[in-house]
Ligand binder design. Sequence first.
Ligand code: BT5
Length: 265
Amino acid sequence: MKIVINLTNHTEIDLGIRAGIGEKVLFFPLIDSTNSFLKANAHLFPEGIVVWGDRQTSGRGRHSRKWESPEGKGLYFSILLKPTLSKNIPLLSLMTSLALKSGIEEYVGELSLPPQIIDIKWPNDLLISGKKIAGILIEGTSNDEKISLIVGIGLNITARPNDFSDEVGRNAGSLEQFYGGSWNRKQLLKHILLCFGSGYRGFDAREILNDYRQASRIWGRKCYVDTVEGRIIGICKDLSPQGELIVETSSGEKKIIAGTLHLEW
Ligand code: BT5
């Protein structure tokens, strides 16, 4: 059955954020992809607008991979940025994963749920006990030479393995699965957006790199990274000042700007 998406069918949600990122949030019960929507319509909206879909029919990951978005069981949203100074996208992506982790942890603290370790797998997957709970996709678009960036976040909240295809269900996890509790998606979104807003306003490369070094537990671990130039095998060593992953290989250090990291957790 063909699904007809009515893009005028959205409501505006007030999260109580009075300025900046998340001041305006558009909620779509059904959308193809929140990233695709903002990419096509960036010129119509101001910086900081957030588009949230309850269900996405064509949610996307990196390299045209699919992001499965079961209805009402996660947060699938995109933030529109119109940076005046050029932003280093790899660092923005690291900053986004830190903000997402902090937003979840703050809200978990508010709910007094028992803490869990949220791992960040370079560049920006969030995992709990080796299961992927969130992914991030940052894309750019330009109109009249003005650059817009779209930061897309998919976070599983109440989804169970059988809400996904078999392949995704084997590796995906959700917040409810690990923390229990009952989740108010608007409150969680508000925490995430406030953390993102403060990271974006105070964007500081050294601070992002240091926070990321501390937050991620990949250092010293054996890994392989699939890149467009092929597979790189070695040990995760550090981040470069530009946010590249430095891998120590048998033939010396390699800096990787983009790729998929595999580790044994
Ligand atoms: C990502 O890509 O992890 C980025 C995902 C970004 C999704 C958001 S949702 C809002 C916004 N609108 C969009 O259209 N996209 C963004 P990547 O690192 O390439 O990982 C994709 C892989 O994760 C897939 O190939 C699956 O193996 C797995 N996957 C798919 N859906 C998943 C889910 N819900 N939970 C965990 N893993 C999933």
